[in-house]
Design a protein around this ligand. Structure first.
Ligand SMILES: *[C@@H]1O[C@H](CO)[C@@H](O)[C@H](O)[C@H]1NC(C)=O
Ligand SMILES: *[C@@H]1O[C@H](CO)[C@@H](O)[C@H](O)[C@H]1NC(C)=O
Ligand SMILES: *[C@@H]1O[C@H](CO)[C@@H](O)[C@H](O)[C@H]1NC(C)=O
Ligand SMILES: *[C@@H]1O[C@H](CO)[C@@H](O)[C@H](O)[C@H]1NC(C)=O
Ligand SMILES: *[C@@H]1O[C@H](CO)[C@@H](O)[C@H](O)[C@H]1NC(C)=O
Ligand SMILES: *[C@@H]1O[C@H](CO)[C@@H](O)[C@H](O)[C@H]1NC(C)=O
Ligand SMILES: *[C@@H]1O[C@H](CO)[C@@H](O)[C@H](O)[C@H]1NC(C)=O
Ligand SMILES: *[C@@H]1O[C@H](CO)[C@@H](O)[C@H](O)[C@H]1NC(C)=O
Ligand SMILES: *[C@@H]1O[C@H](CO)[C@@H](O)[C@H](O)[C@H]1NC(C)=O
Length: 804
């Protein structure tokens, strides 16, 4: 079930029921005073505010718990009655099942004082979340008495003392986050006893001693973060245990800023799910084990500030998903493997402050994704590949005496053969002569090839220019006669202005807008591919005057014939709304090519805006909410005014302008396609995780399937997760629903948002409710777009005037 029952239990609409429930309770209390629980038939386990009176033992424990805390902001004032409110929603931060407390959740409440040892009395407690307070004292060892304890979130407090080994007696413990406290002592062996533990964050404390070997055998651990402690010794080389064919889930191994020494364990190679290894700021020595090169999912590898030496393995180049490789401040020698230049996703490469020699491989000339590159202070030589030299300033290359070509003052000697000998470094020894000649040959050949390419390019340009001159003159003449001026026609309202083009016989039709270009301008524009979609390829075209447009080249085979196409496209060209991407013009080529011209959106699409960004780029809640409302607004207009079903709304189809206003793209395009093409498109769109479940059978998109897609986009904004990300084979909607059902609601939200949870908590929760409502498996249960829009505006009223 997606709209989980337990979740909607918090629904304000149920308040009146609750009051009645409390009255009933009261009687219940009097009649059954001496019974430990007051069981009401028909209630499921998940009915947390179940209107059942708290047991006496739990009541006393809660009282003691309150007693030992200091609550300057008075959040616990609601814990004021003799217990009947504890389990019926009256006591803030408490949830119960059958009269027993299962959740204590009081983050960001300014609480200080200590955690009472009496907490061990809450036998059903599953979750203890007190993070972001000022609580001191030690972690009660009585937590070990709680057989159902699953989550302990005590991070960002002032807890001291050590981790009670008894925590290992909680067989169901899943998540333990004690980070950013003042804890000391060693990490107890027992902590690894729970076979469910997947999240262990002990970072930013003063733990000492070594990593218990037992932890390295865990097949449930997914996140292990011990950064910024005082841990030492070597890291056990027993990752993945002794089992040969086990499945190990570890994704993040974060051990930076400690005192670890010894080798980097080769057994890490067994952890096939690893995405991030951070061992920086330690004292690791030896070489990088070859096995690291087998971790094909790896995205981040940071070994900086250690004493590692030897070659940088060629096999690292096999890590196709690698985006961050930081090896600075070590003692690496040898060459930079050419294979690293081939890693297509690489964004950061820092090899500075090592002893690396040789040349920077020319494979880096194909490396377009890099945004940080640093090889400073090594022993590199030769010329810097032009792409790197153009992109990065000298601070990325300095400290390599024999490296040239990265700044004006380090120009490389001319490659011309007659100067070769003079220009080569003075100390070049005889042995290298033979090799030098062959490099020279290569350079010559390359230069020759370049020349040919350049000449061809010049010819093409020239032809293009001549053609353009001839035709645009003709076109301009025509324009002059229409408008009396040299500027292209802009017709009031959404008119259509047809502009024939010269020789080719193609036809460009403008709908409106500020665009001033002729068919030839468009065809001669410099274009780069932005992406491919089911309907065709999208280019960013830069016109001669510097303005930019997005051009979609439709796949010819799947479009309707010209006449039908034109009548449909004219309808689309008239749709104007601030949250819908405007179609400005279309072009029909003489050979049947069909181009659609749209406004160019500088911030790209929502998917990459959310999912492809550095850790330092934070997207705050107001921005996300504004995007959500924008999308809802656009969809509302489509559904209500234009009677258009989008059919494949995804975060890839939501574009953002320079002010981060959302614009829905790709709507109505199905009208330009043949019927056969359309059913195919619906079938394939399913893979993307936005497709409503009923489309499996139905094959025809509806308003309600659009709402489903919108719900997924809302979930994406809330969780920061992409629906394409794998979450143990469940889709985003199922994943969120399962967590919410398990009472881990806060865990679904993007951690970035949780920083402000004290002020926006309710908004997050209400938006989550709405999103889950939208992704209800049953189409009829989903709200319609007007309700969605209205609720979003109630959750966070946004000034919309500035957007329009
Ligand atoms: C207890 O606290 C609740 C919420 O703060 C309040 O509405 C109620 O009146 C209080 N009851 C008593 C007996 O003080
Ligand atoms: C662990 O906790 C620290 C401090 O609270 C936080 O900065 C870090 O991101 C957490 N680690 C992970 C993997 O979430
Ligand atoms: C770290 O451990 C060393 C001894 O190994 C000790 O001298 C030092 O004070 C500890 N530092 C902290 C911050 O605990
Ligand atoms: C990159 O990661 C994805 C999932 O995160 C995985 O499916 C893919 O196989 C990885 N690429 C390689 C080359 O292993
Ligand atoms: C890098 O990629 C190119 C083209 O795909 C290939 O020819 C070359 O062999 C690769 N080099 C290495 C070192 O993997
Ligand atoms: C740097 O590497 C060279 C070999 O390439 C070696 O001879 C030299 O000793 C190394 N220097 C340092 C400081 O490690
Ligand atoms: C730099 O590399 C050369 C070999 O390319 C080596 O002879 C020289 O010793 C290295 N210099 C240093 C300071 O390590
Ligand atoms: C070089 O670029 C970096 C950012 O990539 C910048 O921080 C630095 O100031 C620049 N240095 C110089 C000398 O321009
Ligand atoms: C490159 O690394 C050096 C040494 O760590 C550092 O001083 C410099 O700022 C870095 N440059 C860039 C662009 O990161």
């Amino acid at each position: 079930m997606v709209s989980s029952k337990c979740f909607f239990h918090n629904n304000p609409f149920h308040v009146s029921d609750k009051k009645i429930e409390r009255l009933k309770l009261f009687f219940c209390l009097w009649i059954l005073m001496l019974l430990p629980t007051c069981v009401k038939p028909g209630l499921g386990e998940n009915d947390h505010w179940d209107g059942v009176v708290v047991t006496e033992s739990d009541f006393l424990a809660l009282e003691a718990f309150k007693q030992e805390l200091v609550d300057p902001k008075g959040f616990l004032r609601s814990w004021n009655d003799s217990g009947y409110g504890a389990c019926s929603g009256g006591w803030i931060g408490i949830k119960c099942s059958m009269g027993q407390v299962i959740v204590i959740q009081l983050p960001w409440k300014g609480l200080s004082g200590q955690i009472s040892d009496r907490i061990g009395q809450l036998q059903e407690l599953r979750k203890l979340s007190l993070h972001d307070n000022l609580i001191s004292g030690s972690i009660p060892s009585s937590l070990g008495l709680l057989p159902n304890l699953r989550g302990v979130q005590l991070f960002n407090n002032k807890l001291s003392g050590s981790i009670p080994p008894s925590l290992g007696y909680c067989p169901l413990l899943q998540s333990l986050d004690l980070s950013n406290n003042l804890l000391t002592g060693t990490i107890p062996d027992s902590i690894a006893s729970s076979t469910r533990l997947y999240w262990l964050n002990l970072s930013f404390n003063s733990f000492s001693g070594s990593i218990p070997a037992k932890l390295t055998h865990s097949d449930s651990l997914t996140i292990l973060d011990f950064q910024h402690n005082n841990l030492s010794g070597s890291v056990p080389n027993t990752w993945g245990g002794s089992v040969k064919s086990g499945f190990f889930r570890l994704q993040s191994l974060i051990l930076d800023h400690n005192l670890f020494s010894g080798n980097v364990p080769s057994s890490l190679g067994r952890l096939s799910e690893l995405k991030e290894i951070s061992l920086s700021h330690n004292q690791f020595s030896g070489t990088i084990p070859n096995e690291i090169g087998t971790l094909s999912r790896l995205q981040t590898l940071d070994f900086s500030n250690n004493a590692l030496s030897g070659q940088i393995q060629e096999t690292l180049g096999k890590l196709h998903n690698l985006s961050v490789l930081i090896l600075s401040r070590n003692k690496f020698s040898g060459h930079i493997p050419a294979s690293i230049g081939n890693i297509s996703n690489l964004m950061q490469l820092d090899l500075s402050l090592n002893n690396i020699s040789g040349e920077i491989p020319i494979s880096f000339n194909t490396q377009h994704s890099l945004n940080l590159f640093n090889v400073s202070y090594n022993n590199l030589s030769g010329s810097v590949p032009t792409l790197l030299a153009n992109k990065f300033n000298s601070s990325s290359f300095v400290g390599n005496i024999r490296l040239c070509g990265y700044s004006l003052s380090t120009r490389c000697p001319s490659p011309a053969p007659s100067f070769g000998v003079i220009a080569s470094p003075p100390k070049l020894s005889q042995q290298h002569h033979h090799m030098k000649l062959s490099t020279k040959d290569i350079i010559l050949i390359a230069a020759g090839a370049l020349l040919i390419v350049l000449v061809t390019l010049c010819c093409v340009l020239l032809i293009c220019l001549i053609r353009k001159r001839a035709t645009s003159k003709a076109a301009n003449d025509r324009v002059v006669t229409r408008t009396g001026k040299g500027v292209p026609p802009v017709v009031g309202g959404v008119g259509e202005v047809e502009e024939g083009s010269g020789e080719g016989g193609g036809k460009l039709v403008h709908f409106d807008g500020p665009m001033a270009f002729t068919a030839d301008d468009l065809l001669c524009a410099t274009a780069e591919i932005m992406g491919k979609s089911t309907y065709g390829t999208v280019y960013k075209a830069t016109l001669e005057d510097g303005s930019e447009v997005a051009v979609k080249r439709l796949r010819e085979k799947i479009t309707k014939n010209e006449r039908e196409f034109e009548s449909e496209v004219c309808v689309l060209g008239k749709i104007r709304h601030p949250n819908l991407l405007a179609l400005r013009a279309y072009y029909l080529g003489p050979k049947g090519e069909k181009l659609l011209v749209f406004d160019y959106m500088h911030k790209g699409n929502l998917a990459s805006f959310l999912h492809v960004r550095g850790p330092e780029t934070v997207i705050d809640w107001p921005t996300r909410m504004r995007i959500a409302q924008g999308v809802a607004n656009g969809l509302f207009y489509l559904h209500s005014q234009e009677n258009i079903i989008h059919g494949h709304l995804t975060s890839n189809n939501v574009l953002l302008d320079e002010n981060t206003n959302a614009k829905i793209a790709d709507f109505g395009l199905s009208r330009l396609m043949t019927t056969a093409a359309n059913s195919n498109i619906i079938a394939t769109a399913g893979a993307l995780g936005y497709r409503a479940p009923e489309l499996l059978k139905l094959k025809k998109a509806t308003n309600k399937s659009d709402i489903y897609s919108l719900g997924i986009i809302l979930l994406e904004l809330l969780t920061g997760k992409s629906p394409n990300e794998s979450m143990n084979d469940v889709d985003l909607a199922q994943w969120v629903a399962s967590i919410v059902k398990e009472e881990w609601t806060n865990e679904v939200f993007d951690v970035e948002l949780m920083r402000d949870a004290s002020t926006i908590g309710d908004e997050l929760l209400n938006t989550l409710k709405l999103a889950l409502h939208c992704v209800d498996p049953s189409p009829s249960a989903r709200p319609d777009i007007q309700q969605v829009l209205q609720q979003l505006q109630e959750i966070r009223p946004v000034l919309s005037s500035e957007d329009y």
